[in-house]
Design a protein around this ligand. Sequence first.
Ligand code: 13P
Ligand code: SF4
Length: 302
Amino acid sequence: MFNLIERINKLKKEKNAIILAHSYQNIEIDKVADFVGDSLYLSQKAKETNADIIVFAGVYFMAQTAKIISPEKKVLLPNLHAGCLMADMINLNQAIEFKKNHPNIPMVCYINSTAEVKSVCDICCTSSNAVEIVKSLNSNKVLFIPDKNLGKYVETQLDDVEVITYNGCCPVHDNVTEQNIIDARKKYPKAKILIHPECLTEVTLLGDYVGSTSGIIDYVKNSPEKQFVIVTEKGVADRLRRDYPEKEFFLISENMLCESMKLTTLEEILNSLENEVNEVMLDEEVRKLSSSCIERMLKVSK
Ligand code: 13P
Ligand code: SF4
């Protein structure tokens, strides 16, 4: 592994490349990553960087987002099979149909969606800024695609805003039940329960904190507490255990694993960077339209 890491780091320098990694990635990826974090943080880094090449250790929509906002850069996805189950739940026609059925209402799309879907939406959001983005629209009705859970969570956080949601979800998070949380409270009475908003709304309402992957990590960083139940993908718990060995972390379920996120390996990162393969490409018209949707979000969420 050491040799692999050295070769990747050497290539990064030679090619003026950076590696962005999501917090759900296999933890060894952090050894070569320049930035590790949530979707918002990584898209901000993709926009800011002066690198010529971005290797995205994440899933397809994340690499595509980097390409949308940094079209002059070469964006590589080390494993092209790394998709997102939620992003696959809505296509362009379904997004258009949803909008047509609810005329004259602004449509927000979660970043976990394709460029085509983003191209017909008014503004994008991530799990860390969804409430802020919906609020910024100053509308008492908002369409939210594709995640029904994040959309409904936003509704609980705002007065007088109806959030009309599309019926998509992340199966990894949607499977967590209220009973799981009730059982965790009994089993770990001293622990704080930290929940990702892709979980069912009734589940999020039982948590001590609800936030994005980076939000959960920051909560632990700033908390004097010693025990935490983590209600999101396993990669977050892995990183917390590594970074805070003096604290205890309990994963709500060992099934909280995003298989797509775990596809990327150090060998594939090396291969994509060395041979500059698996480049993310986009139709320019779609890119421009989806870019306005993301840029509007980045203006609100600095
Ligand atoms: P974050 O924005 O919290 O990184 O979430 C992305 C994601 O896909 C969660 O399942
Ligand atoms: Fe998509 Fe769910 Fe995986 Fe996140 S955890 S990338 S929403 S499938």
